[in-house]
Design a protein around this ligand. Structure first.
Ligand SMILES: NC(=O)c1ccc[n+]([C@@H]2O[C@H](COP(=O)([O-])OP(=O)(O)OC[C@H]3O[C@@H](n4cnc5c(N)ncnc54)[C@H](OP(=O)(O)O)[C@@H]3O)[C@@H](O)[C@H]2O)c1
Length: 336
């Protein structure tokens, strides 16, 4: 039997590599969009590479002519200006939809990796946020969140007008092997005894283990495209205190009882950011990461997608943390 061919943008990124691996293991053929001149590491054998840039439709239109599914993960995520976010995350997404309508089979569907950042979390909420919150709250004000919101809007309209099946996934804070950013930074800080408890510690974090996210994304293929977005987070979101306790438990460390409340935590983050640039050591103590960890806006409800996928079984946080910590340890060992 001919294998279905799937096109993946952002395949060289943290989540993209796991997704490509999951798709190959599930028996699909994969064509990965890779930017010209970029080195490619850690993609499974058998993946076909296509060089192109999401901003330029002509660089990838032909590559999707035989694809039944397109997963769109390519995006800019941090440390860039508003114009670049709009160009890659919004304009790039519409270029991709245009390529699908021009060249892919009429049954080709698009699965877009948006983010919970597309939802405006600035307003106060004492309960779990659902997919509908964005409708009530309007667009988010930060440039990344705004670009993901705008990409959702323009893809929805474009795909509706041209009858292209669309699914929108809004992952929460994704962690796992191969990740970068605040999560491995937090593990390093706890390993080094370099962190106190942050804030009250009672705020919940909408985490999702990367392999759970991959499973959800692939299982969507068993369902008809749904026009409404899905939040993708693990069940039982931990509080920040729980998460820090769990990580220190795995590492055999004890967290200091002292707390850094804001503004001390933010000052520590500011200094930590400067120190980590100098030493190149991963840390959760940068200004923006401390703000993220102290944020009350990270509590999301993932029931809708789990129901849509018949209560799909997900790996526990214990498994996700063990594997991630093991990966961080190996990396540390190799870099000594
Ligand atoms: N990580 C999270 O916690 C999280 C949470 C919610 C949503 N998401 C969403 O999930 C998706 C994947 O996230 P990630 O963590 O895997 O991000 P990542 O590691 O930063 O990967 C981003 C990917 O996009 C590619 N890319 C960037 N600009 C491009 C361009 N102009 N043309 C083609 N490809 C381009 C990158 O290619 P290079 O390798 O060449 O740079 C890379 O493969 C993103 O859409 C993100 O918004 C992530």
């Amino acid at each position: 039997m001919m294998k279905e061919t799937i096109f993946v943008t952002g395949a060289t990124g943290f989540i993209g590599k796991h997704l490509v691996e999951g798709l190959i293991q599930s028996g699909y053929s994969v064509i990965a969009l890779v930017r010209p001149g970029r080195a490619v590491k850690d993609l499974p054998i058998g993946v076909q590479l296509h060089r192109g840039d999401i901003r330029y439709v002509e660089s990838f239109t032909d590559a999707i002519s035989n694809c039944s599914v397109v997963y769109h993960l390519a995006a800019l995520m941090g440390g860039t200006d508003e114009e670049d976010y709009l160009e890659v995350n919004v304009h790039g997404s519409t270029q991709l939809a245009k390529a699908i309508s021009q060249s892919a089979p009429s049954s080709c569907r698009l699965i877009y990796f948006s983010s919970v950042a597309a939802m405006n979390t600035a307003f106060a909420s004492t309960s779990c946020r659902t997919e509908d919150d964005v409708v009530e709250a309007g667009p988010p004000s930060d440039p990344y969140g705004y670009s993901k919101f705008m990409a959702e809007q323009s893809l929805t309209k474009y795909c509706q007008d041209r009858d292209i099946g669309l699914d929108i996934l809004r992952p929460g804070l994704v962690y796992g092997e191969g990740g970068s950013g605040w999560f491995p930074g937090l593990i390093h800080d706890i390993m080094d005894g370099n962190i106190h408890r942050l804030g009250s510690g009672s705020n919940r974090l909408g985490l999702i283990y990367v392999r759970n996210l991959v499973d959800l994304s692939i299982r969507l293929l068993d369902r008809e495209p749904s026009s409404s977005p899905f939040i993708a987070v693990d069940s039982s979101p931990p509080s920040l205190d729980d998460l820090m306790e769990e990580i220190s438990g795995f590492l055999g460390k004890t967290l200091p009882s002292r707390r850094w409340y804001s503004p001390e935590a933010k000052i520590r983050g500011f200094i930590g950011g400067i120190m980590s640039k100098r030493s190149d050591r991963p840390t959760a103590l940068t200004k923006s990461r401390v703000a993220l960890l102290l944020s009350r806006g990270q509590w999301f409800c993932g029931d809708k997608i789990r129901t849509h996928l018949d209560d799909i079984e997900m790996r526990s946080r214990k498994t996700g943390l063990e594997r991630t910590i093991c990966w961080v340890r190996q990396r540390r060992h190799l870099s000594v």
